[in-house]
Design a protein around this ligand. Structure first.
Ligand SMILES: C[S@@+](CC[C@H](N)C(=O)[O-])C[C@H]1O[C@@H](n2cnc3c(N)ncnc32)[C@H](O)[C@@H]1O
Length: 226
């Protein structure tokens, strides 16, 4: 499988075609299984279908290198189902990261003011040289490109903390490609997989821009060094 592409398809099927042990880091934001609809009526593929989401984790873990990390966003309500799928895939929760919001995104039994991601380990990866704080400040993306777009600013520290330059970062629920943009801007390779064609097109356009920016920067640095 060639690196640095956004693949249109079902992540479970695509990941089965990827060489075993080839991914250095997964950062992913699957549907939280909450049947989400935003104010404009936009929804997410498979957000009401655990069978389209949970079977992705087994082939994902197989494609990860031994002793590597996957960072997976998740809401609290389907956490038992996610935990079971991660464990069945041989992934162990080793930490949690929480992003604190300055605004309420939903009102229920509490005012929802945070997002969470779980740090999953395949094997026994080395601890990060500079571990990040388990509490981070949330940056709102504006959700212009995708109904649940994550800001590159919150993904970039994950890329830097849990991988090295030149590593391959994979996002099997790629959406508008935010993880892959964070990877490119930090000198990593990327592989995104996305079920919805329109989101793939968005991601490919963003990645073309990020790669152009990165190579312009490299040219400028060479000029400065000359
Ligand atoms: C929460 S969104 C990700 C948003 C992304 N983090 C961003 O910043 O744009 C989850 C995405 O997973 C996609 N998806 C759902 N099931 C999938 C599957 N089986 N394979 C690949 N993509 C899937 C949805 O279409 C949706 O775009």
């Amino acid at each position: 499988m060639q690196n640095n592409q956004i693949i249109h398809g079902d992540a479970a099927a695509v990941l089965k075609t990827i060489e075993e042990g080839s991914i250095d880091l997964v950062i992913t934001d699957p549907p939280y299984l909450v049947n989400y609809k935003d104010r404009q009526g936009r929804s997410l593929q498979n957000d009401n279908n655990p069978g389209g989401v949970l079977p992705v984790f087994e082939p994902m873990a197989r494609a990860m290198k031994q002793n590597s990390y996957a960072i997976c966003f998740s809401g609290w309500s389907a956490l038992p189902q996610f935990t079971q799928a991660w464990e069945a895939a041989g992934l162990k929760i080793v930490s949690e990261i929480v992003w604190s919001k300055k605004y309420t995104s939903r009102r229920g039994f509490t005012q929802y003011r945070h997002e969470s991601a779980y740090v999953l380990a395949k094997g026994n990866p080395a601890k990060p040289v500079r571990p990040m704080s388990s509490v981070q400040g949330w940056v709102y993306s504006g959700n212009k490109r995708h109904p649940t777009e994550k800001a590159v600013e919150i993904l970039a520290p994950l890329v830097r903390c849990f991988s090295r330059p030149g590593d391959l970062v994979c996002d099997p629920f790629s959406g508008s490609g935010s993880t892959s943009v964070a990877a490119v801007l930090n000198g990593r390779d990327y592989l995104g997989i996305e079920l919805e064609k329109a989101h793939c097109d968005t991601a490919r356009a963003r990645l073309a821009g990020a790669q152009r920016y990165r190579s312009e920067q490299a040219t400028q640095n060479q000029k400065v060094a000359a």
